[in-house]
Design a binder for this molecule. Structure first.
Ligand SMILES: [Zn+2]
Length: 326
């Protein structure tokens, strides 16, 4: 249970991503987050009907130690390359998405680095540039593509990113990850949101999606505690989602009241601890059985892209480390 030394992280300096490009970031993350969806009147729930009941899946067979290149939506203009990294030994399976939004480079730079990692137990599936065309132009998405993080479980006949959502669900069902990291960026740090804030500004937060057990919340709280102990106070992460407070980890209330009002002293957990995040990746537990999605939002304001990518990697690597995969 060691904290990963920073020197083990891949340096990402000099990426040449200018401030002008970063300023193209838009504050439209609201619907990724179920509490905001409710507040903003965005429909919450699956867009394409109820999930098909599935029998309990059998674990995929143990794969030999190898790096297997994969391509989602092969032979289309929006094809996305990824890699399955198999240790050859039993262990956890974890999936990582980057580049769901093209103007959030900390996330896709991190995922590209993670795609070069090796694991000693279990398997890792990394899709660094889920919306590669958007990454190429540093835009959230292309208008004709749709927003991938609004489209789960996807539609094989829909917009390009609806097709990608369906391909990600299909890949997840085959890979059967117990955790899926979706690496995003916000603008303002949650702790610095001030009077202009509220939950719209959620940099440096880690959200746990629907279906997480208390044990998984404890597991991620341990990751957050370990990472927070190794970074500066400004960089520290908060937890969001269906999370009751954990010692040593600050939790974003599920319905943060407007500044100046009295906050609710308690957080009411959803029935059975199960809630789903509509059509964002936080809903993926509905479609990929046994998978708990983890959505990380890194603050872009006054934080270099290289550092943001390093912090994303730190959260994922610490999870792998504490899961015995390294
Ligand atoms: Zn995003």
């Amino acid at each position: 249970m060691s904290i990963v030394p920073r020197r083990r992280f891949i340096a990402l300096g000099g990426a040449g991503l200018g401030a002008a490009a970063l300023s193209a970031y838009t504050f439209t993350h609201a619907a990724e987050h179920p509490d905001l969806q409710a507040r903003l009147g965005v429909p919450v729930g699956p867009a394409n009907g109820s999930p098909t009941p599935e029998p309990t899946p059998t674990p995929p067979p143990l794969r030999p130690r190898a790096r297997e290149l994969i391509t989602l939506l092969k032979d289309t203009p929006w094809a996305a390359d990824g890699v399955e990294i198999h240790s050859g030994r039993p262990g956890p399976r974890i999936m990582v998405l980057g580049g769901v939004h093209g103007n959030e480079p900390g996330g896709w730079l991190a995922a590209e680095a993670i795609a070069d990692w090796q694991v000693e137990r279990g398997s890792l599936l990394v899709l660094p540039r889920a919306n590669g065309r958007a990454v190429a132009v540093m835009e959230r998405t292309l208008p004709e593509f749709g927003d991938l993080n609004r489209m789960y479980p996807g539609n094989t006949n829909g917009l390009p990113m609806a097709r990608m959502a369906a391909a990600i669900v299909e890949a997840g069902r085959a890979f059967q990850p117990e955790l899926l990291f979706d690496l995003h960026e916000s603008w303002v740090f949650y702790a610095e949101r001030g009077s202009a804030g509220g939950t719209a500004f959620i940099g440096q937060t880690l959200s746990i999606g629907g279906g997480a057990t208390e044990a998984t919340v404890d597991r991620m709280a341990h990751v957050v505690r370990s990472v927070n102990a190794a970074i500066s106070p400004r960089e520290e992460f908060y937890m969001r989602g269906a999370v009751t407070p954990r010692p040593g980890v600050q939790v974003v209330p599920s319905n943060t009241p407007p500044p100046g009002t009295t906050p609710s002293p308690t957080i009411t957990p959803p029935p059975n601890g199960v809630t789903f995040g509509g059509t964002s990746s936080l809903s993926l537990g509905q479609w990929i059985r046994g998978c708990v999605p983890i959505l990380i939002e890194m603050g872009q304001q006054n934080q270099a892209d290289s550092r943001r990518a390093a912090l994303h990697q730190m959260l994922v690597r610490t999870t792998l480390d504490q899961s015995g995969m390294l």
